[in-house]
Ligand binder design. Structure first.
Ligand SMILES: *Cc1c(COP(=O)(O)O)cnc(C)c1O
Length: 468
């Protein structure tokens, strides 16, 4: 399998070449040259496989430069009941007739990002050892991504993580999760500033090409193809557990990574009817799927909500879907994302015949959920169905209900556990969410964190000092 850029760069690359890279050289995103097709006979063979073997079967369609035995071992080491809490790894639970919850959030940091990041950690360690190289991952986080990256990379040979976060602005639980890690290769940098300051520092360091090359700076952001590919697997696992001809999925969405994996699974031939995209008040993507207008928001126009991991101003993976929607026309994709969007902040496909296919050919529908909807959904789900859901999952559940089809099971992806967003649970239910035993008392553990001013040079000095 070879990978191409959504903006038409002539290079074709193998998996391990793009694994450690972010964007393609022309600023586009990598996608496989074609989607491997899975027929009914293959689906039958895969049904009933343990999760790590299903992962191996799917990943081996996309990776041709890691020997099969090694890839099998990497999958087996990643997806274990010890790390993900259950033998099923992503168990499906019935809420009521026709409506299911698929748990993706029983990994080390209790959010679905572990599903991909844990694999990425093992792939990075493998590939860096093979090349005899090292990598310094620099990131910015306001919560879920940073902790998932740290728990995936802790103790890994050849990798250091430098994770910036806005000092004092993450939830107490999230701070405790990250700062209590004692591994020597994990560096928490609490920046005196807001999340945008952290992101600006990461950008500035990445644009300092001499520094970037000398200290081998890399990232683990959601545009990495390996993360997306890892997420394709749980759509298959969810489909098998629902035991129906056809299944719809509802996905709480931010950067369009999770649901893009659903799109890939559907393109491979998995019988998915609809992909229901749910946003919170930051409805960039709902607006697109309703009207064909994609309009990125300014910082001032981006709401801080009680489902914060969906608070986005633009959706970094969306270009992948638009590329497919436009029949993989790289010249048009480039014109939209490299020219029109930077110039005007928007584009409009509303009158383009391709846009009608978003629903008909690609199965996408969408909806939006507000704070009041989240609170009502959390309360209703708890009182009537005896399940406690987190704020992001509540957004998914709310929008899923607007798109139920008779006879087609709807699977809502659970993207985090309630304990991560306790304040809204208390608001909705008047009680604290349950906390898995291994997180009892983490707030009182010793912390490893360095406070730095929002100053690029100071962050660079810190990194250089750690690299000897
Ligand atoms: C990251 C995240 C999302 C959004 O996922 P995307 O892949 O960015 O669309 C939703 N819910 C939770 C809890 C998350 O951490």
């Amino acid at each position: 399998m070879l990978y191409v850029s959504t903006r038409g760069h002539p290079d074709r690359k193998h998996f391990c070449e793009i694994l450690l890279e972010g964007l393609a050289p022309d600023g586009g995103l990598y996608l496989p040259e074609h989607y491997p097709q899975v027929d009914a006979a293959t689906l039958d063979q895969w049904r009933g496989l343990p999760y790590h073997e299903l992962a191996f079967e799917i990943l081996s369609l996309y990776i041709d430069d890691i020997p099969a035995a090694d890839l099998r071992a990497i999958c087996a080491k990643t997806y274990t009941p010890e790390v993900f809490g259950t033998k099923a790894i992503v168990p499906l639970r019935k809420l009521e007739d026709g409506l299911y919850l698929q748990a993706l959030s029983n990994g080390p940091t209790l959010a679905f990002k572990d599903m991909a990041m844990q694999l990425l950690g093992n792939l990075f360690e493998y590939e860096l050892a093979r090349r005899g190289e090292e990598l310094n991952i620099l990131g910015a986080t306001s919560g879920d991504t940073g902790s998932a990256a740290e728990y995936a990379m802790r103790g890994k040979k050849g990798v250091r993580v430098f994770m910036t976060s806005p000092r004092g602005r993450m939830s107490p639980f999230q701070q405790a999760q990250m700062f209590s890690l004692q591994d020597a290769n994990i560096h928490n940098l609490a920046i005196e500033g807001v999340f945008d300051d952290c992101q600006d520092i990461v950008k500035a360091v990445s644009n300092d090409l001499a520094f970037k090359r000398r200290y081998r700076i890399g990232t683990v952001n959601s545009i990495n193809w390996a993360r997306l590919m890892a997420q394709v697997v749980y759509y298959f696992a969810g489909y098998f557990q629902a035991s129906a001809q056809k299944v719809d999925f509802a996905v709480p969405s931010g950067n369009f990574g999770n649901i893009c994996a659903g799109h890939v699974a559907r393109m491979m031939g998995l019988p998915i009817g609809r992909l229901v995209l749910a946003t919170n008040e930051n409805d960039v993507l709902d607006e697109f799927f309703r009207t064909g207008v994609y309009r990125v928001r300014s910082g001032a126009d981006t709401h801080e909500t009680s489902s914060p991991s969906m608070d986005i101003s633009k959706a970094s993976n969306f270009e992948r879907f638009v590329f497919d929607l436009l029949g993989r026309d790289a010249a048009r994709t480039r014109a939209l994302f490299a020219d029109e969007l930077p110039r005007t902040g928007r584009f409009d496909l509303g009158r383009d015949p391709a846009f009608a296919q978003a629903r008909e050919r690609f199965g996408f529908v969408s909806g939006k959920s507000t704070h009041a909807d989240r609170v009502a959904t959390i309360r209703d789900t708890w009182e009537r169905l005896h399940a406690m859901v987190d704020t992001h999952t509540a957004d998914g559940l709310k929008v899923a209900r607007q798109h139920l089809q008779p006879g087609v099971p709807m699977v809502v992806l659970e993207t985090a556990l309630p304990v991560k967003f306790a304040a809204t649970i208390v608001e909705a239910l008047g009680r604290e969410p349950e906390r898995p035993a291994r997180f009892e008392g983490i707030e009182s553990l010793p912390r490893r964190v360095t406070v730095l001013p929002a100053d690029v040079a100071r962050v660079q000095t810190y990194i250089a000092a750690q690299c000897g």
